[in-house]
Design a binder for this molecule. Structure first.
Ligand SMILES: CC(C)(COP(=O)(O)OP(=O)(O)OC[C@H]1O[C@@H](n2cnc3c(N)ncnc32)[C@H](O)[C@@H]1OP(=O)(O)O)[C@@H](O)C(=O)NCCC(=O)NCCS
Length: 178
């Protein structure tokens, strides 16, 4: 088994400015452009953790609540939360900043999954993650549940085997029974 790596070793911060070519007809950032940046920042984090070629396996649901305006500065932060066999869950946070107005908001939080592959595209083992901070531990602990949910939705896991998810549903059933 490869040596563990600290979560912070995979941390990546990327800064972009919303330019006219990135916007829709309302002068706000195109969703697809943001998803491209998210994919790139998360892929770099997964590469830093695994020191391997990585491919995107999935992106969990992304909703667009706050439009990001032309001229805003967009900061994307990514970090691997947990690694399994060949796959890694990456947490991404997006912030939009209007520098002249001195306003900064968090616009997105999302999870992407990457798989480390060899030159032939075959999945290969990656090091485990060692979380340190309270936030890293919380993200690490939730990662197994999120993995099971996305694998069940992708029809890659039988819901019967999703033990972590079952424990949540059992809890809800108990509450309803009261
Ligand atoms: C991702 C990929 C390498 C998985 O290959 P595979 O032959 O299905 O391999 P496996 O079944 O052994 O799965 C490998 C890992 O991928 C994970 N995985 C596969 N599909 C997944 C999904 N939809 N969501 C999350 N994880 C997924 C598996 O859980 C497994 O993780 P583990 O090794 O940590 O247990 C393969 O499907 C692929 O190359 N996809 C295209 C990637 C790509 O081109 N991305 C850019 C999109 S445009």
């Amino acid at each position: 088994m490869t040596k563990k790596r600290f979560a912070k070793q995979s941390e990546v911060v990327m800064t972009e400015m919303v330019l006219p070519n990135d916007t829709n007809t309302l002068n706000n950032l195109m969703g697809g452009k943001l998803m491209h940046w998210m994919d790139v920042v998360a892929a770099i984090a997964a590469q830093k953790h695994s020191t391997r070629i990585v491919v995107t396996a999935s992106a969990d649901s992304i909703s667009f609540k706050h439009p990001i305006a032309l001229g805003n500065v967009v900061t994307l932060k990514a970090k691997v939360t947990r690694a399994f066999n060949s796959s890694m869950e990456v947490f991404i946070e997006v912030f939009a900043e209007d520098i002249p107005a001195n306003k900064k908001i968090t616009t997105h939080r999302a999870f992407f999954t990457f798989v480390a592959v060899d030159q032939g595209g075959r999945p290969i083992e990656v090091p485990e993650v060692e979380p340190e901070t309270e936030e890293e531990i919380e993200l690490y602990e939730g990662a197994l549940r999120r993995r099971q949910l996305r694998l069940v939705l992708a029809k890659r896991m039988d819901p019967k085997d999703a033990v972590e998810l079952k424990s949540i549903f059992n809890l809800d059933e108990k509450k309803e029974a009261k």
